[in-house]
Ligand binder design. Structure first.
Ligand code: BDP
Length: 702
C-alpha cells in the first residue's frame, strides 16, 4: 500500500496551536507552495534566523517535506530595508514603521524572488508569519502581496501567574513559567510560546500576577525573568513585571512606600537599574494599586498620578514605561462601583508622566460577559489609555464553555463614544483621536501548562483573536475566526464555515444563559463558577450579586440614571442622554442602566420577564445547536481534539441549563410570576441551587 499525500488525520493534542503546517493535498501543495524552496537570508540576527526557521518549518510541513527543491521556484528572500538590493527596489517601506512588513514577488536583476521585508528584523519576522498565514488560509505564493503594520504599539499579554505556579483565574493548568527550574532550564516550550505570540503580533508579556508579590523583584527572580527575556527577544517580545507598590518596605526595609519620599524613589530607581542590568530591553512595570487590598499611593494620601510618575521616573532613563491600572474601587466608597474609576482618574487627566499609560478594563465593572464600554475611554484626552480585555474566561464558563470572544472585543472597540463624530473606543485606543504615540492593548492570558495551552482548542481562538485585534483593532471578529479555523483545522469551507458558525454566536449564548439584557456579576462567590444571583451576605456591598441586579417584586436592574447613581453622566452628553432613557438604551444593556418593571414591553412585544426567559432558553438552545454542528464535523477533525471539544460542549449544555434553571428559580422567588406557557420549569427548587458548593473550583488562589 502506498501512503496518501493527503494523509489521514494526525493524532493531535492541540499543542501546535494555529501553527500546525499540516501537509496540504498534493495538488494544492504543488500549486500554492510549489515544492521546497531556497530561503535566502540577507544579514544576520536572531530574529532573521527565527524567521527563516519558521518559514522552513512551515513550507516543509505544508508541502509534505517534498524532498527535491524546485529549481524554478523563486527563492524566498528575507531582508530588512537596509539591504542594498531591497533599497534599490524603492518599495514604499517608510510607512511600515518599526514593526510593519511587506511580502511581495519582486524582480532582482533578472531573478524573481518572494521578498519578505520590513524596516527591522522584527518586521521581517512578522512578514514571515504573514506569509505562512497566507498559505495556511488558502493563499498561494504566486501573486503574494501582503503589507501591514500594527495600529497599536504595545500588544501585551498579562499573565496572572503566581510564583508558586498557580495562575489566578487560570483554567489551563499550572503556570507556563517553571520558576523553580528557571533560569537554568529554558524549556523549549518558552520558544513555542514566543513563536505563537509573534505569529499574531504580540510584543510584550507581563510575567507575573497584578496581585504581585514583592519577591518577583528580588535578584533571583530578576534572573529568572531575564532568562525568559533572552528566549523571547528574537521574537520581538519584551518582558514586563507587575510591581507591588509596597516593595520598598518589604524588600528595602524602608518604613514607607510613599511615592513622594525621596528614599522610596531612590529605592525604585536602584531596583529598576538592577533590572535593566539583567534585562537591557526590559519593558517596564504594570501596577495594580489601591484596588482589592493592594497597596498604593492612596495609602499615603497621594494620587495615582504621584505613584505612577515616581515609577515612571525610574524607568524613563532606560526607555521603559509604566502601565498603571484604573481598575480601582474601595470598600470605603459607597459610590456605585461602576463610577469609581472615572471619579478617581478623570481629574488626573494631564497629570501623568509621558511614559505612563493608564490601563482601563473594557467595561466599568469587571470583565463580565457583556459590559458597556468603560466611560473613561474618550474622557481623558491628555492621557494615553490602553484597553485591558480578559482572554481567560473567568466570568464566561472557564475553559469548558465554548465562547469565542472576538465579537466581544470587536463590540467594545467599535463602540462610539459620541464625543466627536465617528470617535470609537478603537480610535481612542490606537491613539488616532488625540495623536498619542503611546498606545496599547492588554489581554489577561488564558495560557497554562496544559498540552493545548489554553484549556481547550476553542480557547486558543481567543488568544489568537486578541493578538490579531491588538495589531488591528478594526479587524472583524468573523474574518479573524475564519483565519483561525482554517489554520487550526483545515482551510476547506466544509470545515471553516460550520466552525465559524459555531464561534460567532457563542459569546452571545453565554450572555443569554448567564447575564441577559445587561445583567452583570451574578456569579457565585470567589471562584465565580456558576450562578449565585441570590447572594446577599458578603461583607462589602459590591461583592454581592444583589447589589448589581437589584431585583425586587416590582422590577429588576441597576438605576444608573439621575434617579439612581447617575453613572450615565460619565459618558459624553449625547450618549448620556441616550442611556438616560430606557426607550433609547440598547436592550442588551437595559438592566445595566435601568431598573425596569417586570412587565415592561420589549421590542419583541414580550414583557421583560418573558424576554428574559426567552433569552435563557435561546442561550441553552444555542449550545445544543453547537453540539449538533460539532457532531457534523466528526470526520473532518482529528479524533483527540474532536472528542475533547465534544465532551466540553456536553458539559456546557449541562451548565447552561443549570444557569438558566437556577436563575429562573431565583427570579421567580422575587417576582412571584409564573413562567410563560410552554416553558420548562427549573429541574430543582431554589434551595437545591443555593446549596451547591465548589470549594476547589480552579483559578481561585487562597
Ligand atoms: C477580577 C478577578 C481578580 C483580579 C481582578 C483584577 O476576580 O482575580 O485580581 O479582577 O483585575 O476580575 O485585578
Amino acid at each position: 500500500m502506498t501512503t496518501s499525500m493527503t494523509a489521514p488525520a494526525h493524532a493531535e493534542d492541540g499543542y501546535d496551536l494555529w501553527l500546525r503546517y499540516r501537509t496540504l493535498p498534493a495538488a494544492d501543495a504543488a500549486a500554492r507552495v510549489g515544492g521546497a524552496r531556497t530561503i535566502e537570508v540577507r544579514g544576520a540576527s536572531p530574529a532573521l534566523t527565527a524567521s527563516a526557521n519558521e518559514i522552513r518549518r512551515g513550507l516543509a510541513g505544508l508541502s509534505g517535506n517534498a524532498p527535491v527543491a524546485d529549481a524554478r521556484a523563486p527563492a524566498i528572500m528575507l531582508a530588512t530595508a537596509q539591504n542594498r538590493d531591497v533599497a534599490m527596489l524603492h518599495l514604499p517601506l517608510a510607512p511600515l514603521g518599526a514593526e510593519g512588513y511587506l511580502v511581495r514577488r519582486v524582480s532582482l536583476g533578472n531573478r524573481k524572488v518572494t521578498l519578505v521585508t520590513g524596516n527591522t528584523d522584527i518586521g521581517v519576522l512578522y512578514g514571515s508569519f504573514a506569509l505562512l498565514r497566507h498559505l495556511q488560509t488558502g493563499g498561494s505564493l504566486d501573486r503574494i502581496d501582503l503589507t501591514s503594520s500594527p495600529r497599536v504599539k504595545l500588544r501585551v499579554l498579562d499573565h496572572w501567574d503566581n510564583l508558586d505556579g498557580v495562575v489566578e483565574r487560570g483554567y489551563a493548568g499550572a503556570s507556563l513559567w517553571d520558576w523553580w527550574t528557571l533560569p537554568d532550564l529554558r524549556d523549549p516550550r518558552y520558544t513555542d510560546y514566543a513563536r505563537a505570540n509573534a505569529s499574531i503580533g504580540i510584543n510584550g508579556t507581563v510575567l507575573n500576577n497584578v496581585n504581585a508579590k514583592a519577591e518577583s523583584l528580588t535578584a533571583p527572580h530578576i534572573a529568572k525573568a531575564a532568562a525568559l527575556a533572552d528566549v523571547f527577544r528574537p521574537y520581538g517580545i519584551k518582558v514586563y513585571l507587575a510591581a507591588r507598590f509596597s516593595a520598598p518596605i518589604e524588600l528595602g526595609g524602608l518604613k514607607t512606600a510613599d511615592p513622594l519620599d525621596p528614599q522610596v524613589a531612590a529605592w525604585w530607581k536602584a531596583k529598576t537599574d538592577e533590572i535593566y542590568r539583567a534585562i537591557p530591553d526590559f519593558g517596564g512595570f504594570l501596577v495594580k494599586a489601591n484596588s482589592e487590598g493592594q497597596p498604593g499611593p492612596r495609602d499615603y494620601h497621594r494620587s495615582h498620578a504621584d505613584g505612577a510618575n515616581m515609577l515612571a521616573a525610574a524607568v524613563a532613563p532606560h526607555g521603559g514605561i509604566v502601565m498603571w491600572r484604573a481598575f480601582v474601587y474601595a470598600e470605603t466608597d459607597p459610590e456605585d462601583r461602576a463610577k469609581q474609576a472615572y471619579t478617581e482618574f478623570k481629574p488626573l487627566d494631564g497629570k501623568f508622566a509621558p511614559n505612563v499609560i493608564v490601563q482601563v478594563k473594557n467595561g466599568a465593572i469587571d470583565f463580565q460577559p457583556r459590559e458597556p464600554f468603560h466611560p473613561l475611554f474618550g474622557a481623558m484626552p491628555k492621557t494615553p489609555l490602553m484597553i485591558e480585555f480578559q482572554i481567560t474566561k473567568e466570568y464566561l464558563g472557564f475553559a469548558t464553555h465554548l465562547a469565542y470572544l472576538g465579537p466581544m472585543f470587536a463590540e467594545t472597540l467599535a463602540s462610539e463614544t459620541m464625543r466627536t463624530p465617528g470617535e470609537t473606543v478603537a480610535k481612542v485606543v490606537d491613539g488616532s483621536v488625540e495623536g498619542h504615540a503611546q498606545t496599547g492593548m492588554a489581554g489577561v492570558a488564558n495560557i497554562g501548562r496544559d498540552r493545548d495551552w489554553a484549556g481547550s482548542t476553542f480557547n486558543q481562538a481567543n488568544w489568537y483573536a486578541f493578538g490579531r485585534m491588538a495589531w488591528d483593532p478594526t479587524l472583524g471578529a468573523a474574518p479573524v475566526a475564519r483565519e483561525w479555523a482554517a489554520m487550526t483545522f483545515a482551510p476547506s469551507p466544509r470545515v471553516v464555515d460550520p466552525v465559524v458558525a459555531i464561534m460567532m454566536g457563542s459569546r452571545e449564548a453565554v450572555v443569554d444563559y448567564m447575564t441577559p439584557l445587561g445583567l452583570a456579576h451574578v456569579m457565585a462567590t470567589g471562584h465565580h463558577y456558576g450562578p449565585g444571583p441570590w447572594i446577599a451576605d458578603l461583607k462589602r456591598p459590591e461583592w454581592n450579586p444583589v447589589y448589581y441586579h437589584r431585583a425586587d417584586k416590582a422590577g429588576i436592574g441597576f438605576d444608573r440614571t439621575k434617579t439612581g447613581s447617575n453613572a450615565v453622566a460619565q459618558y459624553a452628553p449625547a450618549l448620556a442622554r441616550k442611556l438616560a432613557d430606557p426607550a433609547t438604551t440598547p436592550e442588551r444593556e437595559l438592566l445595566w442602566f435601568h431598573h425596569v418593571a417586570w412587565d415592561r414591553r420589549m421590542a419583541s412585544g414580550r414583557t421583560l420577564w418573558a424576554e428574559m426567559v426567552h433569552d435563557y432558553d435561546s442561550g441553552v438552545g444555542y449550545v445544543a445547536d453547537m453540539r449538533r454542528r460539532w457532531d457534523g464535523l466528526k470526520t473532518q477533525v482529528d479524533t483527540e481534539r474532536w472528542a475533547k471539544t465534544a465532551t466540553y460542549l456536553a458539559v456546557q449544555e449541562h451548565e447552561a441549563r443549570w444557569w438558566r434553571d437556577a436563575s429562573l428559580a431565583y427570579w421567580m422567588s422575587v417576582n412571584d410570576l409564573p413562567l410563560p406557557a410552554g416553558v420548562a420549569a427549573p429541574a430543582h427548587d431554589l434551595a437545591w441551587y443555593k446549596a451547591q458548593r465548589f470549594p476547589y473550583a480552579p483559578g481561585n488562589p487562597q
